[in-house]
Design a protein. Structure first.
Length: 187
């Protein structure tokens, strides 16, 4: 579905994910390790189910955004799944909007004029994710924590995942989706 991605960030993204997840070989062990890194007690893989129709609908736009910003398409899809489950009109109580749930200030910061436009939203969210990866020296867990809680929160807590329950649930949720999409050959 995603096609091949020869962008430099694909190999880097896979290495970054492997740094967190590759100590164990089974999916359950990988999941438990990701949970432990995030400070959440391991209790098995929760039944996260992506909106597969949305995955198919936005596959080309996700691939384009991922390639442009040197990311693995499976990672971008995982963030979209965790943020909006592929609902382009999703809006949070904190005013986050669209597929990648960009708050207005972040959307403006990364050049998104219309956060309800799926292509613009995916481009802006991917650009932000790339910026976070660069800011946190390629640490995918910290980049994801920054995506959820804001980069200032990650810095405030000593470049660690902040102790916010939502963030400590969010990071392993994205990793679960990422692993799912990679196992489905979407990376």
């Amino acid at each position: 579905m995603w096609g091949s991605c020869n962008c430099p960030g694909r190999a880097t993204s896979l290495k970054l994910a492997a740094r967190l997840l590759n100590a164990c070989r089974s999916v359950t062990a990988d999941w438990n390790q990701a949970l432990a890194r995030c400070g959440v007690p391991a209790g098995g893989k929760p039944p996260y189910t992506p909106n597969w129709d949305g995955v198919r609908k936005y596959a080309a736009a996700i691939r384009q955004a991922a390639q442009r910003h040197r990311l693995d398409p499976a990672l971008v899809a995982a963030v979209v799944a965790a943020e909006s489950n592929f609902k382009p009109k999703a809006k949070s109580s904190k005013e986050a909007q669209g597929l990648m749930q960009l708050i207005p200030a972040t959307a403006a910061r990364f050049g998104v004029r219309d956060p309800w436009d799926p292509v613009q939203n995916l481009q802006g969210g991917s650009k932000y994710l790339r910026w976070l990866l660069d800011t946190f020296d390629g640490d995918l867990a910290l980049a994801l924590a920054g995506y959820n809680a804001g980069e200032k929160a990650v810095i405030k807590y000593g470049r660690q995942i902040p102790p916010y329950p939502e963030t400590r649930e969010y990071v392993p949720k994205v990793f679960a989706f990422y692993e799912l999409f990679r196992n489905q050959g979407l990376g």
